[in-house]
Every structure is written in C-alpha cells, then in structure tokens.
Design a binder for this molecule. Structure first.
Ligand code: NAD
Length: 366
C-alpha cells in the first residue's frame, strides 16, 4: 500500500516528536511491504515567521493531496500577546474547518507498567480504558462575536458558544458507534452543563434522541464539574465520553494524568472527508502542546506522536496488524524499563527523545 502523507511538525517539541513518529512509520512500511511517501511543510509559529501566516493555501493544498496529516504541535510564547489572527493556533483552526474535522478521538488507557508514573493511586487506575470524543469544529472557539472592546464601563470582552442540533447529533453518533465497536462497558457518558447553559440543554435533548437508536448502549448524562471529579475518583467507570469543544479540551488534559503523562496521549481528528484513495481523511496529533520549557533539550516523550502513527494506520488505512505492532512495541519498551524524564522513576533507564524512538524501532525489528 502507498502511504501518502502530509507532515506538519509545527513548533517546539512538535518537530522533535514527529521525527520519531516518522522513523517508526518508515520501519513499519518496510517491514510490512508498504511505501511511505510524505511531504513536509511549515505550520504555526514557524510558518508565521517564514511565510507570514500560520498556514498557507499551498500547505492546505498539499494536505488536500494527501491521505492524511501527521501533525506535531503549534504555539510559541512570543506570540502570546499577538491578536488572534497572528497566532500559531490559527493553523489548527484552519485545518479543522477546511477538512471538517469535527470529531476528535482521544483514547486514555492506564498501562499497569506505568501505574507509578501517575499522581493517582494504583487502585484508582486499575482498568482505566476510555475514549473522549471531543467536538472540534463548533462551540466557543469558533462562535461569533468573539472580541474585546471598551465602552464607558471600561474594558470588556465577549465570546459566543453556539451549537446546532446537526453538530450535536453527528458527534454524539460518533460516540455511540465507537462504544458499539469497543469491547468494553457499552456506555456513553454525555458531558454538559445543562443546569446553566442553553447549548447544553439542547445537547442533552439531542443526545437522548440519538441514544434511542442505540438501545444496547447505556447513555448517562454528567455535568462537566461532576465529570472532572469522577475522572479522578473512579475513572474505570467510563467507556466513551462525548462532549463539546472546550469541555473536551480541558477534560482530556486532566485525563492524561490517568495515563501518566501528557507525552503519552495521541489523538485522531476525523470528519466527513474522504481522501483521494477513498479512505478516511484524518489529522493525527499528540494532545500535548509545544512544551517550550523542554524544547531543544532532546527529552520530550515521543510516545504520543508514535501512538498517532498507530492510530493513522488503523483509522485511515485499516492496517490493524501494523497499528497493533506499534502499540505492542510501545508497551514492550516501557515494560523493559525505558523512560523519558516525564515518566522516570528510580531503577528505570532514562532515554532521550531520539533514543526512545530508536527503542521502539528496535522493538519492532525484534
Ligand atoms: P504543553 O502541553 O506544551 O506542556 C504542558 C507541560 O507538559 C509542560 O511542562 C511540558 O514540558 C509537558 N509536556 C508536554 N508534552 C510533553 C512531552 N511530549 N514529553 C514530556 N513532557 C511534555 O502545554 P502548554 O505549556 O500549556 O502550552 C505550550 C504551547 O503549546 C502554547 O503555545 C499552547 O498554545 C500550545 N499548545 C498547542 C497545542 C496543539 O498544537 N494542539 C495543544 C496544546 C497547547
């Protein structure tokens, strides 16, 4: 099979971890008789500096001509004070909108070998295996008006949180389909703030309507504040969580600590788009950011990015065997005691970013 990808490493550790994911993809391709063909482009702060915008039309066209996108991360501290249109994050919003990537899947598993890496007690972590389905193209990150202004009362700002029934219906359906396909608890937890927000009341109403099509799946509703608490109280009770854009953004960072580190969580952003080969177009990215505090030190954990390569093979190409091989290799290197500093405990072997990538490659090669 020809694997035809657009690679957008972005800023900070995005570049460092994407290099390792590519190394692993290249290994898998040669082991299983596929050929990997990819084009790389600047995005985020790197593109703002070299090309004047966070993502150019030429880069979007390059993505259109690819089967899927392998993405690193974007964002640099020096852009923090810039107006929204001069921010690296504009690249993410443009990609999500252009490719209608409304559904962001974020699996969270606790591997027994990493139980001590989490700040939570091992007994709380036993059996954690959940997926957060985050709505990605609607809600407050896209709502208009969104602006700052000044009037006689002083400085003010407004953001808007809109959702339509169609947007809610399609993402909730993704969650039910996912729960159906998983050999797990057959449960969808829909997270909202229906005691306060109108959009959440609509969300709950539509979730109930969709739920009627899936009588074999339990649907529970949970307020976002309660979900934040239950994620650390009894995380193993969850199967699939579905929620709106901002709640999903926040809850998944919290959930990353169930796995042990931000450097472990991969994600897939999917939508209605089919690629040129008729497969599912997707954008695969670690959930972490550019980590300016550790950029350039060669110590970032590349396992989330490598996990993205596995998700890409599974969801865009249906290459289950290859995806599982990567996931098994990740578990095996951890089992052997290899750790990047974010996961390090005494008695383990400390590795840098490239060494961890090499360890996964060596594991694949057996
Ligand atoms: P961050 O995820 O970059 O970092 C949070 C903490 O986790 C830091 O201490 C960092 O060192 C650590 N960390 C993150 N990934 C790691 C890895 N792979 N290995 C080891 N440690 C890791 O979040 P932040 O500091 O809030 O944001 C930094 C920049 O990244 C900001 O500009 C932000 O806007 C951007 N960001 C981008 C994305 C994205 O591109 N999708 C997502 C989140 C944040």
């Amino acid at each position: 099979m020809l694997l035809n990808l657009a690679v957008l490493p972005g800023d900070g550790i995005g570049k460092e971890v994407t290099t390792e994911a590519l190394k692993v993809l290249q290994t898998i391709a040669s082991q299983y008789g596929h050929s990997l063909n990819y084009e790389e482009a600047l995005v985020g702060g790197a593109a703002l500096e070299a090309e004047g915008v966070a993502i150019t039309e030429a880069t979007l066209n390059m993505c259109r001509a690819s089967d899927s996108i392998l993405f690193g991360a974007v964002g640099l501290p020096r852009y923090d004070q810039e107006p929204m249109e001069r921010r690296p994050e504009q690249a993410l919003f443009a990609l999500r909108k252009t490719f209608d990537l409304f559904s962001n899947l974020r699996p969270v598993k606790n591997l027994p070998v990493l139980q001590n890496a989490s700040t939570l007690k091992p007994e709380v972590l036993n059996g954690v295996d959940l997926v957060v389905v985050r709505e990605l193209t609607g809600g407050v990150y896209f709502g208009k008006p969104s602006q700052r202004y000044t009037d006689e009362g002083g400085r003010k700002a407004v953001d808007t949180l809109p959702y339509s029934e169609q947007e809610i219906e399609r993402i909730v359906r993704v969650a039910f389909e996912l729960s159906k396909s998983r050999n797990n608890k057959k449960k969808v937890t829909s997270v909202d703030k229906a005691n306060v927000l109108n959009t959440s009341r609509l969300w709950r109403e539509v979730a109930n309507e969709v739920g009627r099509d899936y009588p074999e799946i339990e649907l529970e509703h949970m307020l976002v504040d309660s979900a934040a608490m239950n994620l650390i109280r009894k995380p193993s009770a969850f199967d699939v969580i579905v929620t709106e854009n901002m709640f999903g953004d926040i809850l998944t960072d919290e959930a990353s600590m169930l796995a042990g580190s931000m450097g472990l969580l991969s994600s897939a952003s999917l939508g209605s788009f089919k690629n040129a080969s008729g497969g599912q177009f997707g954008m695969y990215e670690p959930i972490h950011g550019t980590a300016p505090d550790i950029t350039g030190q060669g110590i970032a954990n590349p396992l989330a990015a490598i996990g993205c390569a596995a998700m890409l093979l599974r969801l865009t190409y249906g290459l289950e065997k290859e995806a599982t091989a990567i996931e098994t290799a990740i578990e095996n290197v951890l089992q052997k005691g290899y750790r990047t500093p974010d996961l390090y405990e005494s008695g383990m072997t400390k590795l840098g970013t490239a060494q961890m990538g090499d360890a996964v490659v060596a594991e694949l090669k057996g």
